[in-house]
Design a protein around this ligand. Sequence first.
Ligand code: TYD
Length: 198
Amino acid sequence: MFISFEGLDGSGKTTQVKLLSRRLREQGRDVVATREPGGTPLGERVRELLLAGKEMSAWAETALFAAARAELVELVVRPALERGADVICDRYVDSSLAYQGVARGLGVEPVLELNLAAVRGLLPDRTFVLLLDPSQALRRAGGGRDRIERETPEFRRDVDRGFRELAERFPERIVKVDAERPRREIAEFIHGALRQPS
Ligand code: TYD
């Protein structure tokens, strides 16, 4: 299975990636967990450009995320799926749809089109979107923020709205998760949802 986790910084998705990976491994499954942007040597360099750099135009930003994603799919995700492993991604295409498509205002359709080309049509079997109030997400995310995390409260609200809209638009793939609940409960919910047929 190919699974992705999405949500604002501070939504707790990284914790859930770890908990699910551990649980599936305990069941004897081969699990590859990866993060975006990054996860490959080229991706890590692109990540630096994206997160440490100065302002850049919205399409340049989108294309760089797509480039890192193309490399990750080619080198890590597809080979893992082909050998029968489960792949769990901390962020994937939906991050670009919510951050660049909705919050940067480029539009979901054109950003999706670019990304589908970059990943040659590979979308997750299941995507978990961790939803919580954007101001609470900001508090939880704490310090150490990068260029994109330093955006305004309005930007974070737009990203949040974007994720909610995506869940309505792709209901067969995206599962909404209430990220305000205790993390063990969230982990149980996610594990249960994976056993339901889509
Ligand atoms: P993030 O997953 O939060 O990295 P880390 O947890 O290591 O800091 O991603 C960094 C930022 O990049 C985050 O603010 C969301 C943003 N982002 C996009 O805007 N578009 C994308 O396609 C991706 C993958 C991330």
